[in-house]
Design a protein around this ligand. Structure first.
Ligand code: AHR
Length: 336
């Protein structure tokens, strides 16, 4: 399988001016996009990215469906796109399984599918996938925690994990990656439950963790920023201190603007980016398909690992040296 690291930096500015050279006379290219929902800041940025790129000025008619984290509704949305005979279908799969039948229907209808963000693990009937390596994110989180604990003289790790939506590849990969390092280092994971990638979910799970494990944990891993915001509210209400000056090391994923602000203020110790700006790369795939070319099957987004303190400069993830970036005003301002 060919792999390409997507370098997105210079591509965002002229998005609505780019596209496939559409003029008022040409037909718009119709795209159906079955989006997961609106559960997080990350999701809002992902939706905005698609709406910015697949706008009418760029020659597109975007049929957008917010599936509200409901897998049945997502399958229904894809089938409605087939009925409408759209030109391309974009799917961000809520869960990674249960896809082969509907993707076969897309194939039979001759409609190319592009998968973004989360993966589909039980079918290969799509043209390309553009997204993040969630296992690498989880591994990076574990490797950073190991180095950070050593630097701070912390000998024991007793962690609580607030996972993302059960069955989503984002939750599966981050859980597996972190678990691998925890097993290797002999850490204790006291509990690991689904917070559904929402602030309410993060707060509720953290409240129940505090009831069960108060005084027993020194690390909380939240699988996205919104869960971390909820966990912070729960810990603050319970008088538990967290972050760089606190008793609990708080780690998050996504690194959206608000998440990075909390890293900068020291409330979140580290935030592992999940880049939501996939749409420009999806447009490239569509342009290649339209030209009769075969796009690369797998496109990884470029991502960074963010921290507050300048004490761990690099970590090694799967044999590769990776940089830890201290959050600055410029980074926060440039983030989505
Ligand atoms: O699939 C990506 C994950 O889904 C992001 O981490 C989370 O914020 C979103 O809801």
């Amino acid at each position: 399988m060919k792999k390409r690291l997507a370098v997105f930096a210079a591509m965002t500015a002229a998005l609505c001016m780019s596209a496939i050279g559409a003029s008022a006379d040409e037909d718009l290219i119709t795209i159906g996009f079955a989006q997961v929902g609106h559960e997080s800041d990350w999701r809002t940025a992902s939706t905005q990215s698609c709406q910015d790129v697949f706008c009418e000025e760029n020659g597109y008619d975007l049929q957008f469906v917010d599936c509200d984290n409901d897998s049945a509704a997502q399958l229904e949305a894809v089938r409605s796109f087939i009925e409408q005979d759209v030109d391309y279908i974009i799917i961000d799969p809520i869960v990674s399984t249960g896809w082969d039948e509907v993707l076969t229907e897309c194939e039979d209808a001759g409609i190319p599918v592009i998968v973004i963000d989360r993966t589909i693990d039980d079918s290969d009937k799509y043209a390309a996938w553009v997204g993040s390596n969630f296992t690498t994110e989880g591994l990076a989180c574990g490797e950073w925690l190991k180095a950070y604990a050593e630097a701070k003289g912390i000998e024991e790790i007793n962690a609580l994990v607030i996972e993302g939506t059960t069955g989503s590849s984002a939750a599966i990969g981050r859980t597996e990656g972190f678990q691998e390092i925890a097993d290797r280092e002999g850490w204790t994971i006291l509990d690991s439950q689904d917070g559904d990638f929402t602030q309410t979910g993060g707060q509720e799970i953290m409240e129940s963790y505090i009831k069960s494990y108060e005084g027993q944990f020194n690390v909380v891993i939240c699988q996205n920023d919104n869960e971390a915001f909820g966990a912070m509210d729960a810990m603050t209400a319970a008088g538990i201190s967290y972050g760089v000056d606190g008793d609990v090391i708080l780690v998050s994923f996504d690194a959206c603007t608000a998440g990075l602000e909390y890293v900068q203020s020291g409330d979140i110790n580290a935030d592992f980016e999940c880049n939501p700006l996939a749409a420009p790369f999806v447009e490239e795939v569509i342009q290649q398909l339209a030209a009769g070319e075969t796009p690369e099957s797998t496109v990884y987004m470029e991502e960074h690992w963010y921290v507050n303190e300048d004490i761990i400069e690099t970590i090694t993830v799967d044999g590769e040296e990776q940089t830890m970036t201290v959050v600055t005003d410029e980074i926060v301002e440039a983030q989505y």
